[in-house]
Design a protein around this ligand. Structure first.
Ligand SMILES: C[S@@+](CC[C@H](N)C(=O)[O-])C[C@H]1O[C@@H](n2cnc3c(N)ncnc32)[C@H](O)[C@@H]1O
Ligand SMILES: [Zn+2]
Length: 369
């Protein structure tokens, strides 16, 4: 995905809970399962080396994790959060949904990637209900870490106002009327989890209530915005987005999740036609060896065909050997080695552009002409 292309990201990743989740047999989601146990693998070690080279602050945090399982989990989350940071729009924001198992580590990780100043809230979703404990306080809340990408961000306070409680009274201490619009919301929200008898229940393990996602979307995005949930499960965030006129992308490793996205879209978003859902099945990457270096012959051949042999700067036709592979968004500014971020430039244009963006090259070429 392109840098700066997403307005709001909600993610509810595995929690490092040491559980493996499976949906009950007979439910709509039967067959869905995902692992939530972590051990340090070769791939993690490669990622950790990469993080050490490129993000020394983040690497220091990884070294502070107490067990290999935590380290593996945090390496996994770090590489994803770095990509999330890259693809968020300058005014975008992110809600990282976790629970107290790892929220303290994840907050440090977010500080390292987004910057402490970008922290907005530790939003508490209090769901109550269910079993209780006599050995400690009942564990009944999740934590949503809310960070902005930059200095400006979308926040609509009005649509998420809450009704005054009767104890608040009609008048303030100074005698003035309270607003009938309701009171501005704070960072604790009470709402039950998806109940066995709820209409929205799919049986997908860890399904979140639609009301929670709708609330987040109303506050932190606008109609037409692009919403991403990279661990979308049974599509709660995608449904909330479609129902409130946002555009959306959902990603999940479980094929069952993709099926549920399609099913729920049909059932719960009446005006959506099949053509409005584009499903892409992407082969799972199992190791870093699959990343093609940007200047691989394969990339060059592909780009040469795509650009019909022309330099994407000056537009002139060249032989393949006179064209060079260039990063459209420079590596230094977060551009990746993915094909979507690559182009061919003639030697001259490439020299002029150097480590800068295309605006620079275009401006220079314009002046030269
Ligand atoms: C806690 S659940 C999300 C539930 C979701 N918020 C909902 O309301 O249904 C986590 C999801 O992450 C998915 N997942 C696990 N590992 C993944 C990976 N490497 N990439 C993408 N999705 C993954 C699981 O299949 C699962 O659906
Ligand atoms: Zn050129």
């Amino acid at each position: 995905m392109n840098s700066g292309s997403v307005d709001l990201i909600y993610l509810d990743p595995p929690f490092n809970s040491n559980h493996d989740y499976a949906a009950p047999i007979g439910s709509k989601a039967a067959g869905a399962a995902f692992k939530d146990t972590w051990t340090l693998s070769d791939v993690d070690v490669q990622w950790i080396n990469l993080i050490e080279a490129k993000h020394p602050n983040l690497h220091r945090l990884l070294l502070a994790s107490l067990t290999d399982s935590d380290k593996s989990y945090l390496a996994y989350m770090s590489v994803r959060l770095l990509e999330i940071h890259r693809i968020l729009a300058p005014t975008g924001s992110i809600y990282l949904h976790c629970d107290p198992t790892m929220s303290h580590y994840l907050k440090l990780t977010m500080d390292a990637i987004f910057g402490r100043k970008r922290f907005q809230n530790e939003f508490i979703w209090y769901y109550g209900g269910g079993g209780a404990s006599t050995r400690r306080w009942g564990r009944k809340h999740d934590v949503l870490l809310f960070y902005a990408r930059g200095e400006e961000w979308t926040f609509n306070a009005d649509p998420v106002r809450e009704p005054h409680k009767w104890t608040d009274g009609q008048r303030r201490a100074d005698g003035s009327e309270r607003s009938s619009k309701g009171k501005l919301a704070d960072d604790v929200w009470q709402h039950h989890s998806v109940m066995p008898w709820s209409k929205e229940r799919t049986g997908y393990p860890t399904q979140k209530p639609l009301a929670l996602l709708t609330r987040i979307l109303r506050a932190s995005s606008r109609p037409g915005d692009m919403i991403l949930d990279p661990f979308c499960g049974c599509a709660t965030a995608c449904i909330a987005a479609a129902q409130t006129d946002r555009r959306w992308v959902g990603i999940d490793i479980a094929p069952k999740a993709a099926e549920l996205v399609e099913r729920r879209m049909r059932d719960e978003v009446p005006l959506l036609t099949d053509r409005a859902i584009h499903r892409r099945d992407i082969p799972q990457r199992t190791d870093l060896g699959d990343v093609i270096p940007y200047n691989a012959a394969r990339n060059k051949r592909h780009l040469y065909g795509e650009q019909e042999g022309c330099c994407s700067g000056c537009g002139e036709h060249f032989r393949a050997r006179n064209l060079e592979v260039d990063h459209i968004v420079p590596r230094a500014k977060g551009g990746t080695d993915h094909l979507g971020n690559l182009q061919l430039l003639c030697g001259h244009c490439n020299r002029v552009k150097g480590d800068r963006g295309m605006e620079y090259l275009r401006a220079k070429l314009h002046i030269a002409a």
